[in-house]
Ligand binder design. Structure first.
Ligand code: PA5
Length: 442
């Protein structure tokens, strides 16, 4: 299982950082487990890895098999919690040697997660003369960005394969009974998967939302779920030894001591989108009522040469959480050079991983010396089981952390503000009054 090392944060924490929070953590833990705290109706993810319906898994596996057999490309349309988890897992489990790509599955592209005309046009060009399928994902079924992208890809599919051919290439993941996408899926006869009512977007990666694209990519989703189930069993044991309790307590104590930004640090380029997923999870769960650590992410060692200066000596509001994988897929040894012109022979025979480990240890010490507390979450390797553990760890710790902060970690009222203005400016019926008001201000 995962281990949390807080050695390099300890000197920044008061002696009672954990003991003084144990009661509150116990209460938060019970609220998550029983689903009876603020937003409790959205805590279905807590027990999901244990209770996942086998029939739903079978349907996901079959649909993934069909897509793998008839498509060179899968276009995954969704935004926020409806795409970040899938992309995080797929990229993290792929690697420089593109192991997933070499399993013969389709290429996977993500669309409908913004409003870039150029990005959309480039993807439309790319799929035009390739066989492709679409997985459109929206819990509400009404989000503008994916809805617009879906209308465009649906038109292309219908033009290319006819209405019936398109029908068999569209997979809709949405609410069981509400929303425009649900209606469309029913009317058109698309195969549909359900986003459970009790699971909000950012906690939905281990539902069909994430699992269908993940299975299409060739990831062993049973192992992913098994890892999450293992983490669930381990982390639902209350107490001061629980690493999720420690993480939630430490970040809460550091926030109270004046830290304002948490950097999630990865040493693998493949980790980048896991950072994006984590940012949404923590940002949307905690950033409300004028409170919350701002979640950001960096990729070391690359960003040590860009952000490193600020981290070491800029405003002292930062804390870091490093996710460190203990195993690499492949080892590369540094060769000897008899001339030693570059002066690197002191590294002869050492592995790149060894060099990376020393870089990490040196950075932890340097940043702690510079006033940046850091914690290290040690994970085994980049394999589905471990990634399932990581997902569950961060979700559960996020629920605890939100409750410690005194917010509802399962709503996102702030996301509506821009949508209302956009609808008004676009002339959506029902927003006339706001439109008048905004036009006067612009
Ligand atoms: O976490 C969330 O609830 C949001 O990020 C949503 O996932 C995002 O806004 C997309 O919503 P929907 O799936 O309803 O299209």
């Amino acid at each position: 299982m995962l281990k949390l090392d807080i050695t390099s944060a300890r000197k920044f924490l008061p002696e009672n950082w954990l003991t003084s929070r144990l009661d509150a953590l116990g209460t938060a833990h019970t609220m998550l487990k029983e689903g009876n705290g603020p937003g409790g109706e959205f805590t279905g993810w807590v027990h999901l890895p244990r209770d996942f319906e086998q029939e739903e898994l079978r349907r996901i596996r079959e649909a993934a098999g069909r897509i793998r057999a008839n498509s060179q490309v899968l276009v995954v349309i969704g935004i926020g919690g409806s795409y970040l988890g899938a992309r995080a897992v797929i990229e993290l489990l792929d690697s420089a040697d593109h192991k997933l790509a070499s399993t013969g599955g389709p290429e996977i592209f993500f669309a409908g997660n913004g409003l870039s005309s150029d990005a959309l046009a480039a993807l439309l060009d790319y799929v035009a003369d390739r066989d492709f399928s679409v997985n459109v994902i929206s819990k509400s079924g009404t989000t503008t960005e994916p809805a617009v992208a879906f209308r465009i890809f649906r038109a292309l599919l219908e033009k290319k394969y006819g209405k019936e051919g398109a029908r068999t290439r569209i997979y809709a993941t949405t609410d069981a009974c509400r929303g425009a996408l649900k209606g469309l899926a029913e009317t058109k006869g698309y195969e549909a998967f359900v986003v459970p009512d009790a699971v909000g977007g950012r906690y939905s990666v281990l539902t069909a939302v994430g699992l269908l694209p993940i299975a299409v990519a060739g990831v062993d989703m049973e192992a992913l779920l098994a890892g999450a189930a293992e983490a669930r069993t381990a982390l639902l044991v209350p107490g001061s030894e629980n690493p999720a309790w420690q993480y939630a307590a430490a970040r809460n104590a550091l926030y109270e001591s004046g830290k304002r930004v948490e950097l999630l640090v990865g040493y693998e380029p493949a980790f980048r989108f896991f950072g994006e997923w984590w940012k949404q999870l923590y940002g949307e769960s905690e950033g409300k009522q004028g409170r919350g650590l701002f979640p950001a992410s960096v990729e070391f060692t690359a960003d040590l040469h860009s952000m490193g200066q600020y981290i070491q000596q800029g405003e002292r509001m930062l804390m870091e959480t490093v996710v460190s994988f203990q195993r690499t897929h492949r080892e590369i040894l540094i060769p000897n050079d008899p001339d030693n012109v570059d002066g690197l022979n002191f590294l002869t025979g050492k592995s790149i991983q060894f060099v990376a480990e020393q870089a990490m240890r040196g950075t932890l010490l340097a940043h702690a010396d510079g006033g940046v507390p850091n914690m290290v979450l040690k994970a085994q390797g980049r394999d589905p089981r471990t990634v399932g553990q990581l997902i569950y760890f961060f979700e559960y710790a996020c629920g605890l952390s939100g409750y410690l902060l005194g917010v509802n970690p399962f709503d996102q009222p702030g996301v509506e503000a821009y949508k209302k203005n956009m609808f008004a400016l676009l002339g959506k019926p029902g927003y006339e009054e706001r439109r008048e008001e905004l036009l006067q201000r612009l």
